[in-house]
Design a protein around this ligand. Structure first.
Ligand SMILES: *Cc1c(COP(=O)(O)O)cnc(C)c1O
Length: 947
């Protein structure tokens, strides 16, 4: 037997352990278990047609060679993407550190204080640079953030402006092309009418509810928007501004001009280009819109002892609660990237950022002066980092490419040059030489940056920013390294113990999959670079699409969506386009089972669909008769069914083929939510169950780490009839022949992290992928068996098996005064992150171990759960002073001189033997949700608090 197969590293249990586990659950063989779990009529009959598995070493060589096919030109293309310097201390201690990248969204605040603080820093940075009141914890990219702004202002228009019937939204022609495309996609289904034009000619007519401007404009012209915003305000038109974050260091903030929303990307704050992403978008607005704000907001509150604690605020805004009334479907965002961008600000501080912004500006000024000496004039009358030169573009392009330099060619006679933090004097001389050669002139040599100011006095930033302590004391590497470590130690991630969050698939994110992300050949490519410079990427992305086609059984894939929820939205928009192509404009009903994830109805609403909820039977399955009735009732207008498979209840429903047939018989398409794909790969697939389109969460099933709440990649895979409608991009065309407009800013979404899923599939191969799925199912059934008699499992398949996850009943413990949250918090004392709490059934826990956890870890977890079950037994409703209600127990509490609890310190902190060896200390006691929501604070304490 080979011992270098990646499958042996990825899959937790050994062969011997697998045999023991099969015995424990009362099955002879793996084949038998799968037979008892997955309905026979949907089982794949042959192996996935994939290339033979590579070893880790082979993959490392392969990806290096492939990377060499990407040409690393200097990029001055701009358009929202700029080369950036990742501070090495951040690269090594965050970007490449599993303590940061393997964490989940901070649902369990007490063991997530580190990244919560890092995100609070990010929010503070955004609030101050934009001049706004509140900011969120990131969005997916600048263009989708602009669409969220359009939707937020649409949502509040009737409340504020009494503009119930007003649906026009003005878009400045200075907006980035990819943003315009995303706005077009998002506006049509919800009934917003975009009017594109010159902001200086806008007539402020009353039938507009809002407007969006780009600051500076797409080719670098800096406009003073104060007049526009004032006039808009006078006419009750709300204004969003998409702003370049680095320019705000030098420019008057949009907040000071009166903007209602300010958004943009933080990519150039130390995040690699990565051929388009992932990068964190920022979104800031006024306090009065806090309840309509998309995405997560981190807020300050207090814990049980009154100490400061952080947690996600205002959760009732989210789609989990609001479902089809939600105005946004953002779930996974870009947390890891926002942590890095925030840390970039911590590292550089206000002075460092000023130095960088001044240097970039001086580079642009120097270049403009030098080109002028050659008789070449640039046309921006005010600018920060981008100049626009009038010259024959063709000549320049040929010489530039020979010199491995990319500019943006606006038209035959116009070239745009965006400078960045990496631009050196040597780079400037190279640029000048290119333009000189193209015009038959002799270049002069620049020896130092020239002082000069191309920012009008009225737009010079005068307000302070980043005065807080945190931005002013970690400027040495030792100090920052220790600050990062201090935060990391507060957080429980996969490098500590299993995170069995049901539906989230927290599996191994292997080092071999992650390493290529740090290679410049992969991370330093501009998304709008010419295709012939990105051949390594093109090959890798095409292969990944092909692999996903094979795995899902479908005909085409787009990698554009940056999260599962964006995949849902993309899939529904593709279905919509398909119906419309057949003249069926009226098909707008989406059937969604009541157990669906909150993003499903929210995405359907975004796609302009009307949601009809179908019933769930007592046994958790879809009520087929109810579904049939509703499909027939709505047959004339049926657009689609959204169904999760295996179900959110962790069961392979045997009626699935009948269900998909009913939809097809009534003219609808079937959308499969692929969040549970980890139970399908290699054993069955969406095409076989009769679906037409599915999204995959590459950050669940295909090993991209969750990053503490992002990045994510949510490709959709589609049947042949939907392929023509896959989305395009306005700068680099992608997608089908009748492509819908863009879903995301970048043509291939978060291309950089697609390397991880590509590596995962290449290294596991057909056999390894199938084995991974089988072990995921076995691990879940093993836990189910071990906990049997202690906890009831809510749902199982016809032969008593769970799929890859299961739901534990916890509601009866209310009789003893114990809520499911108490169990979640007590698990922290045992060194575990809680499973998913109260989804899809309130008052329950949903456990998904994944294939990466070995038998010892599964046993430790089961021992913890059984021990907690005994603790519940001795709890009483009369006396809430018990070990569960008081959990988690902090080190401060246990080490304190006074101890006022009716159990010992040892029971509190070291309840089982294994705990002592690897103790994890939560750093705060329970965070008070209600207090924090009543007193919303979403930035670092004001400077006065430190005095
Ligand atoms: C995770 C999940 C989603 C949403 O995916 P994101 O990537 O977080 O947007 C949708 N449906 C189900 C069932 C999920 O588990």
């Amino acid at each position: 037997m080979r011992t270098d197969a990646f499958a042996l590293r990825h899959i937790g249990p050994s062969e011997d352990d697998l045999q023991k586990m099969l015995k424990t659950i009362g099955t002879e063989t793996m084949e038998q278990l799968i037979f008892e779990t997955i309905p026979d009529d949907i089982r794949l009959k042959s192996a996935l047609n994939l290339e033979p598995a590579m070893t880790e070493y082979e993959f490392a060589n392969h990806i290096k060679k492939l990377g060499d096919k990407n040409k690393m030109f200097q990029s001055y293309i701009g358009l929202g993407y700029h080369q950036a310097i990742i501070p090495a201390v951040i690269q090594r201690n965050i970007f490449e550190n599993p303590g940061w990248y393997t964490a989940y969204t901070p649902y369990q605040a007490e063991i997530a204080q580190g990244r919560l603080e890092a995100i609070l820093n990010f929010q503070t940075m955004v609030i101050e640079l934009t001049g706004m009141e509140i900011a969120n914890a990131s969005l997916l990219d600048e263009s989708t953030a602009a669409a969220e702004a359009m939707a937020l202002l649409f949502d509040v228009r009737s409340r504020e402006q009494k503009k119930n019937n007003v649906n026009k939204f003005f878009v400045s022609e200075e907006i980035l092309p990819q943003t315009l495309s995303v706005l077009q996609t998002r506006s049509t289904p919800i009934g917003v009418e975009l009017v594109i034009g010159n902001h200086e000619e806008f007539d402020f007519s009353n039938d507009f509810y809002g407007a969006i401007l780009q600051y500076p404009g797409k080719f670098g012209q800096v406009y003073d928007y104060a007049g526009f915003i004032a006039k808009a305000k006078a006419n009750e038109i709300k204004v969003a501004v998409a702003a370049d974050i680095l320019s705000l260091v030098k420019l008057t903030s949009p907040g000071e001009m009166g903007a209602d929303v300010v958004l943009g990307t933080t990519q150039r704050f130390g995040i690699p280009l990565g051929y388009g992403g992932p990068h964190a978008a920022y979104f800031a607005t006024k306090e009065e819109y806090k309840r309509s704000m998309p995405g997560r907001i981190i807020g300050v509150t207090v814990d049980t002892d009154g100490n400061r604690a952080l947690r996600m605020a205002l959760q009732t805004r989210e789609q989990h609660i609001k479902r089809d009334k939600a105005t946004s479907n953002i779930c996974t965002a870009q947390v890891l990237l926002s942590v890095m961008a925030g840390m970039y600000a911590v590292y550089h501080g206000p002075k460092g950022l000023q130095y960088i912004a001044n240097k970039v500006h001086a580079s642009a000024v120097t270049l403009a002066n030098e080109l002028e000496k050659l008789g070449l004039y640039q046309i921006n009358t005010a600018y920060f980092d981008t100049i626009v030169v009038k010259t024959a573009a063709k000549n320049v392009k040929a010489i530039a490419e020979r010199n491995e330099v990319n500019f943006y060619y606006i038209d035959e006679n116009t070239v745009s040059i965006s400078l960045n933090e990496t631009t050196s004097i040597a780079d400037l001389n190279k640029i000048v030489a290119i333009f000189a050669e193209a015009n038959g002139k002799q270049a002069t040599t620049i020896s130092e940056l020239q002082n000069g100011n191309q920012i009008p006095a009225s737009l010079e930033r005068t307000s302070n920013f980043l005065q807080h302590d945190v931005f002013n004391k970690y400027h040495s590497e030792t100090a920052l390294m220790r600050y990062i470590k201090m935060l990391e130690r507060k957080d429980l991630a996969l490098n500590h113990s299993m995170i069995s969050l049901g539906s989230c698939t927290m599996k191994l994110n292997a080092a071999s999959e992650m390493l290529p992300l740090s290679m410049a050949q992969w991370n330093n490519i501009h998304p709008f670079a010419p295709l012939d410079q990105a051949q390594g990427y093109q090959e890798m992305l095409a292969k990944l699409e092909q692999q996903l086609n094979v795995i899902t059984g479908f005909a085409g894939t787009t990698l554009q969506p940056n999260s599962g929820a964006q995949g849902e939205y993309a899939g529904l928009m593709v279905i919509r386009a398909y119906h419309q192509s057949r003249g069926d404009y009226h098909r707008n009903i989406a059937l969604i089972p009541s157990s669906a994830h909150g993003t499903n109805p929210a995405s359907a609403a975004m796609a302009g669909m009307q949601v009809v909820v179908t019933k769930t039977l007592d046994n958790g399955n879809i009520d087929v008769e109810d579904l049939r009735e509703k499909a027939i009732l709505h047959a004339a207008n049926l657009s689609c069914l959204m169904v999760t498979y295996p179900s959110t209840h962790g069961v392979f429903e045997s009626a699935i083929r009948e269900i998909t047939q009913i939809i097809h018989d009534n003219g609808g398409q079937v959308y499969m939510d692929g969040a549970n794909m980890n139970a399908q790969v290699g054993l069955t697939n969406p095409a076989t169950i009769g679906a037409d389109v599915c999204h995959l969460n590459l950050h669940k099933t295909f090993a991209i780490p969750h990053g503490g709440g992002g990045p994510g990649v949510g490709p959709i895979c589609v049947a042949p009839q939907l392929v023509p409608f896959l989305p395009t991009n306005p700068v680099i065309p992608t997608g089908g022949e009748q492509a819908i407009t863009a879903i995301s800013a970048a043509p291939w979404g978060s291309a950089l992290v697609c390397l991880i899923s590509y590596g995962y599939i290449c290294m596991l191969g057909a056999e390894g992928l199938k084995k991974a799925t089988e072990v995921a199912i076995l691990n879940a059934n093993y836990i189910k068996e071990k906990l049997n008699g202690h906890y009831d499992t809510l749902y199982s398949g016809e032969m008593g098996r769970a799929a890859h996850e299961m739901i534990l009943e916890c509601r009866p413990f209310k009789e003893k005064g114990i809520e499911v949250t108490d169990i979640a918090k007590r698990l922290m004392d045992y060194g575990f992150h809680a499973p998913t709490v109260s989804f899809p059934v309130a008052g329950t826990l949903m456990i998904e171990p994944t294939e990466s956890e070995n038998l010892e870890e599964l046993d430790r977890f089961c021992d913890a759960m059984i021990s907690i079950r005994k603790e519940i037994e001795s709890a009483t409703i009369e006396n809430p002073n018990n070990i569960l209600k008081n959990a988690p127990h902090t080190l401060m509490m246990v080490a304190a001189d006074t101890w006022i609890y009716p159990y010992t310190r040892e029971q509190a902190a070291f309840p089982l033997d294994y705990v002592a060896e690897n103790k994890f200390w939560p750093t705060v006691r329970r965070a008070d949700e209600a207090y924090g929501d009543r007193n919303l604070v979403c930035s670092c304490a004001p400077i006065e608090a430190y005095i």
